[in-house]
Design a protein around this ligand. Structure first.
Ligand code: KG4
Ligand code: ZN
Length: 340
């Protein structure tokens, strides 16, 4: 099936986004309206504000995506939308809007899993990338090692038992006074720090070696900062950032190393907001090189939340015959592989 144009909408967290994607790989438009400026005032995403801002912006964002793609709503083949996981009020804005558009234009509606979207960001501009492959999704809400057996067959190998990797970046950044969102700020300032300055722990989850845990690492950083304050020792912010980042990246790389060793996959795709981190990209690339595995990672703008990735994932649902009814609802804790 060629020339399939999908209008996709994403509103699961603090980005109001719409895109038009052709055949899952070619981005005709990709509009992202970020709310970061507003949430920065509160040190993190405020769900109620996120929903209100999505409501204010979604009409313009969708109109701009169609305009940039030089298409009218009648000319797209389907409307796709993220329906979970995410903040329920935020998801509902996108889901309701997409249902309205699909109904008004008589187009099929396709609900997409947000994590599946992050993984499929790798398909954009990489026509040679095809399942099966191993993928690590690292974002503000998720840390998941996934075996992508086929476009719509994804098996979860490991998840975080507590904080997501991006959440740990954001919380540590706040503790060392860098502000929100912390990931990019830690990434930047760590260039001036020594990653070996402080030996922070790399947690292991005994009974499931593919699972992750970042709350112990976060607490270790907070304890270190408290101890410094109590003993009057000056805190070197760049060293703390670099040492924390090294510990987080090591934990992620270790699971990928183990997965590639055990499963023997020859293709690997990194995904999610934290995949924009240069040290993580370099670390995983190194692991892939060791196993002679092809390494893929989306460009930074496709790593953080966007709708082009939802359009990419939706194409493979579309050609597999997946259609949702107008009773589609937001599912805040939607599991990967689960269809509602
Ligand atoms: O995928 P995403 O946009 O939203 C979720 O689905 O959660 O990811 C946002 C997360 C935030 O925690 C942010 O701090 C982190 O990705 N992030 C980074 C970098 N850029 C974004 N973390 C580390 N280094 C970066 N360069
Ligand atoms: Zn995301």
């Amino acid at each position: 099936m060629a020339g399939v144009k999908i209008l996709a909408i994403e509103s699961s967290c603090d980005e109001t986004a719409a895109a038009v994607v052709e055949d899952g790989r070619r981005v005709l438009s990709n509009v992202i309206s970020s709310q970061i400026d507003i949430h920065t005032l509160y040190g993190g995403v405020v769900p109620e504000i996120a929903s209100r801002k999505h409501t204010e912006r979604i009409c313009n964002v969708v109109a701009e995506a169609l305009n940039k793609a030089q298409l009218k709503l009648e000319e797209v083949d389907a409307v796709a939308v993220t329906y979970g996981p995410g903040l329920v009020g935020a998801l509902l804005v996108g889901v309701s809007y997409a249902k309205g558009l699909a109904y008004a234009a008589g187009k099929p509606l396709i609900g997409v899993h947000h994590i599946e979207g992050h993984i499929c960001a790798n398909l954009i501009d990489h026509p040679e990338l095809k399942p099966p492959f191993l993928s690590l999704v690292v974002s503000g809400g998720h840390t998941t090692l996934v075996r992508v057996a086929d476009y719509n067959r994804m098996e979860v190998l490991g998840i975080t038992r507590d904080d997501a990797a991006g959440e740990a970046f954001d919380k540590v950044a706040r503790a060392i006074g860098l502000g929100y969102p912390g990931g990019p700020k830690i990434d930047k300032i760590s260039n001036e720090g020594d990653p070996a300055a402080i030996d922070f722990p790399r947690a292991k989850v005994g009974d499931s070696p593919y699972d992750f845990s970042f709350s112990g690492l976060k607490s270790a950083v907070l304890n270190y900062l408290n101890q410094c304050k109590m003993s009057g020792q000056e805190i070197n912010v760049a060293d703390v950032a670099a040492s924390f980042q090294k510990a987080a990246v090591d934990s992620l790389c270790e699971r990928v190393d183990m997965g590639l060793e055990e499963l023997g996959d020859k293709v690997f795709a990194l995904a999610g907001g934290v995949a924009a981190n240069r040290h993580l990209r370099a670390g995983i690339e190194e692991v892939c090189k060791k196993h002679e595995v092809s390494f893929y990672c989306p460009e930074p703008i496709l790593c953080t939340d966007n709708a082009a990735m939802i359009g990419a994932a939706a194409y493979y649902e579309y050609i597999a015959g997946v259609r949702h009814g107008l009773d589609l609802n937001a599912v805040p804790s939607l599991k990967l592989g689960e269809r509602i």
